[in-house]
Design a protein around this ligand. Structure first.
Ligand code: DQA
Length: 139
């Protein structure tokens, strides 16, 4: 689940976020998932309420969630609560190393609900995130 401003990947600072567009990133993630024997579906929105509703819906159709809420990560208690409602194993992922950046980015209001966090590894971080999620799923 991609959050705010992830739709404009490819136009954001390549030093931080790489050069892939979101569709290109999704092709890579789909490949990682296939290698791990997982099925993935994607969503992206720039609207916080929509992201919450997508989380509510995820509970009905997914076994787990990998989420990059973008800047919402750092302050959206609404997304925190919606993730709690979803009640699914979740992994937080960031393309950039948020814990090494500005003070305000070092705060994550969703981390306590996640089984793990991968950051600073670019698109490859999504492979690690899927692997972590797989390990957290019941067998
Ligand atoms: C991000 C990091 C956030 O701080 C930022 O607001 C983003 C992207 C990342 O993937 O590195 O939009 O989540």
């Amino acid at each position: 689940m991609h959050g705010v401003n992830l739709d404009v990947l490819g136009r954001r600072d390549p030093e931080l976020y790489g050069r892939l567009t979101l569709p290109e990133l999704e092709v890579r993630v789909k490949r990682f998932a296939r290698e791990l024997g997982l099925d993935v579906s994607f969503s992206q929105t720039n609207h916080e309420g929509q992201f919450c509703e997508n989380l509510h819906r995820a509970a009905g159709g997914a076994d787990g969630v990998v989420l990059n809420p973008g800047a919402w990560t750092h302050y959206s208690w609404a997304i925190h609560d919606a993730l709690e409602v979803a009640g699914l194993p979740a992994v937080e992922v960031h393309l950039s190393g948020v814990d090494e950046r500005e003070e305000w980015r070092r705060v994550s209001v969703i981390r306590d609900l996640c089984v793990g966090c991968v950051q600073g590894k670019g698109v490859d971080g999504y492979r690690d995130a899927l692997q972590m999620l797989k390990e957290a799923l019941p067998v």
